[in-house]
Design a protein around this ligand. Structure first.
Ligand SMILES: [Zn+2]
Ligand SMILES: [Zn+2]
Length: 476
């Protein structure tokens, strides 16, 4: 941190050499033309080597959840090179870097850093060095784009082109560890200067490369799990009448769970109940004593989630009763704080239920304007919500802002393979756009907060406009 501050002072007067051979120029350019979206895009393109190199180096060293020692050290090394001060540790291996005056207005930009327990099936020079772990959700790209943006924002602040503060939130444990909640509980939203607006990007293979997408209101779902152990009475398969077969209960549950959406939820409402595993039995001639089943529940609202939760639980209990089993059912609750949730069954999507990710109207408008300025109105998409979950929700529930998707789908490059797949690949040609979008979002949001934009909800207070579509928790 201290070294970083000193280096930042030096960087304002010197051209700072970076390991990739490029330099930070400290030329004092204050003309507004230098802040034009075209200039932002060009400067992001000019450091493409840097951003791509960072992404590849991170891709080689995937780490899981909160165990991000190498990843976090790498990011801190990059911040030191850039002369950017930071706070560490935050939520174990998380980092909060600060660029600018240290005064309000303050805009937060978030990147997640963790990888997945997936074996990488792509052969490339920078392939994962750890079998069974892979950056298959693009969080290496998120971190690289934010470091690229950090470099550009640092230049803008040094040149006196921006006023206020940008905080970079490098978050651990997005993939099921509620790292976003851990960051919030560590105080990242309350520490001075107080973040007034908050943004995050996610690379998106389902959208064509070059497209930016977002929406006002809920963009990603509340996501939780159910797990049931049906206990019967095992025995010889040749004498089934002497057993209580737990498979009969599982069969009833599988069928019954299918009716939760199709026969309970209004047809125009969105919801998911997907059974994702059944475990039980080991021999041709034994009826097992117990069989397990589990899956995920998704909804776009907390109310919707509560409804599905209740129906799924009723089906599990009903199925047990039908087959004469007893059932140990565990369902994650939307009311429960993830970090205190006691149970994490194997294969559960997370230790608890992620809330819906809801974009504030004001945050969405900033994203739309920034994207249209960078890629043109024809390449900005008002996207339908996805039933995927995202723990940025924990931060976004407390500050107006938005999550946006960056299209990376390009069939000829093979980058249209979905997230969480061993053959997922990044269209690195889009990294500069992600970095530019971060810079543009920060620049615009700082200006909006300074101007006290009517829909701006300065100081993080949610006004009537901002509250719409967000899920503000009572304790904040
Ligand atoms: Zn993911
Ligand atoms: Zn992700």
């Amino acid at each position: 941190g201290k070294v970083g501050t000193l280096a930042r002072m030096l960087a304002t007067t010197l051209a700072w050499a970076l390991p990739d051979g490029s330099k930070i120029h400290s030329t004092k350019l204050t003309s507004s033309a230098e802040l034009s979206p075209a200039a932002t895009l060009a400067s992001a393109k000019a450091i493409d080597n840097y951003t791509i190199t960072v992404r590849r180096e991170l891709h080689r060293i995937p780490e899981l959840l909160y165990d991000l020692q190498r990843t976090s050290a790498y990011v801190r090394e990059k911040l030191d090179e850039l002369g950017i001060a930071y706070q560490y540790p935050v939520a174990k291996e998380g980092i909060v870097a600060t660029i600018g005056s240290g005064k309000e207005p303050c805009v937060g930009l978030r990147a997640d850093m963790d990888a997945l327990p997936i074996h990488e099936e792509v052969e490339c020079p920078f392939r994962s060095r750890t079998d069974g772990k892979m950056h298959a959700c693009g969080h290496d790209a998120h971190t690289a784009m934010l470091l690229g943006a950090a470099r550009l924002l640092q230049e803008r602040f040094a040149a006196g082109q921006l006023h206020g503060t940008v905080k970079l939130l490098f978050q651990p444990a997005e993939e099921g560890g509620a790292g976003g909640l851990a960051m919030r509980l560590a105080g990242v939203l309350e520490d001075a200067p107080r973040i007034g607006r908050l943004f995050a990007l996610h690379v998106w293979p389902g959208l064509p490369s070059g497209v930016v997408a977002s929406r006002a209101g809920t963009i990603m779902a509340a996501a939780g799990f159910y797990h049931a152990e049906f206990v019967g009475h095992g025995g010889h398969a040749a004498m089934p009448h002497t057993t209580v077969d737990p498979f009969m209960c599982v069969a009833a549950a599988l069928q019954g769970l299918q009716t939760v959406i199709s026969r309970n939820l209004a047809p125009v409402e969105a919801g998911v109940v997907s059974t994702t595993f059944v475990h039980g039995g080991s021999a041709y001639n034994i009826i097992p004593g117990r069989v397990e089943l589990g899956g995920t529940i998704r909804s776009l609202s907390k109310e919707g989630y509560r409804f599905l939760h209740e129906k799924v639980e009723a089906v599990l209990r009903g199925a047990a009763a039908l087959g004469g089993c007893s059932v140990n059912a565990t369902l994650s609750s939307i009311e429960e704080d993830c970090l205190t949730a006691a149970v994490t069954p194997p294969g559960a999507p997370g230790p608890c239920t992620f809330p819906p990710t809801a974009n504030a109207e004001a945050g969405h408008t900033t994203v739309r304007r920034a994207a249209e300025a960078l890629v043109g109105a024809e390449s900005f998409v008002e996207v339908e919500p996805t039933m995927g979950g995202e723990d940025f929700a924990y931060l976004l529930a407390h500050r107006p802002g938005a999550m946006a998707f960056l299209g990376i789908g390009n069939r000829s490059l093979g980058t249209d393979v979905n997230l969480h797949n061993g053959r997922f690949q990044m269209d690195e040609g889009q990294l500069h756009l992600g970095a530019a979008l971060h810079v543009e979002l920060a620049t615009r949001a700082l200006a909006e907060l300074t101007a006290g934009d009517a829909a701006g909800c300065a100081e993080g207070e949610a006004g009537p406009t901002c509250a719409e579509g967000t899920y503000l928790e009572a304790e904040d």
